[in-house]
Write a protein that binds this ligand. Sequence first.
Ligand SMILES: NC(=O)c1ccc[n+]([C@@H]2O[C@H](COP(=O)([O-])OP(=O)(O)OC[C@H]3O[C@@H](n4cnc5c(N)ncnc54)[C@H](OP(=O)(O)O)[C@@H]3O)[C@@H](O)[C@H]2O)c1
Length: 273
Amino acid sequence: MTQTILITGASSGIGKAAAKLFADRGWNVAATMRNPDDGADFADLDNVLVARLDLLDSDSIQSAVAAAQERFGRIDVLLNNAGYGAYGPLEATPMEVLRRQFDVNLFGLVETIQAVLPVMRAQRSGTIVNVSSVGGRITYPLGSLYHGSKWAVEGLSEAMHYELAPLGIRVKLVEPGGVNTDFGGRSFVFTQNPELTDYQPLVDAAIAAMETGTPSGNQEPEEVAEVILIAATDDTMQLRYISGDGAKALLANRYSAEQDEQFVAGMRSQFGL
Ligand SMILES: NC(=O)c1ccc[n+]([C@@H]2O[C@H](COP(=O)([O-])OP(=O)(O)OC[C@H]3O[C@@H](n4cnc5c(N)ncnc54)[C@H](OP(=O)(O)O)[C@@H]3O)[C@@H](O)[C@H]2O)c1
């Protein structure tokens, strides 16, 4: 049976690379994006449905999931990829900027999961792959919003992977380091208030560090897409997939990947999962 994946943020970067990879591998792909005109590259592919999904618009989430279900009859994998990075001193950040970061990176992801779960529960199978980041397990200065949202995605995903296991649904986290996409350009929002001069030395240092590149290396989005394909298809309970050697080296300074998997496996076994 042909497998189906629904992808958020398939207009660019990692989401687009994943849509292309899964389509090449013969999957049905619901490539969702805020503006379907950005899906022109997929227009000639019979196995790709381009649908509008804006994580800030609940109706669009419901209708994109319904359209995928209607066209392909099932949803085997949900790839929650869409997201952006809001940075800057927390005190200088208006609440609307903070809320928007969490509305997109966290609550939009949650709403999409809630929309897809009835389909997966009925199938008694499915895999939810949430694109987190190395920034979901470590933080950089002035990243309280972005990291707060990604750490929340990590915690939510880890807890959900227990609760969905008995229903035949897997939850996976993909954690890229630096990736060559628009993330550092149009998907990067920096807020500062020049009147809050106390933060200026750190703002200058953080901007200088960003300009010299990321300590987690730079991958191409196609490489992350390959990791996503493994997470979606490896038929294991592995929870976390770190993408890229730079990201692995960075996280190894703080966590042991082996211990992490042992810990969650121990918790699963305690609850008979
Ligand atoms: N690049 C990195 O270094 C890096 C590292 C770790 C994790 N990540 C994560 O990877 C994911 C994808 O980012 P990327 O690197 O591929 O960057 P990207 O090329 O800028 O892609 C971001 C995607 O998110 C979409 N998006 C933003 N707001 C949205 C909303 N309200 N509703 C629906 N879609 C929305 C964008 O849509 P539009 O085209 O309409 O703007 C775009 O498709 C993000 O979750 C990011 O946190 C990236």
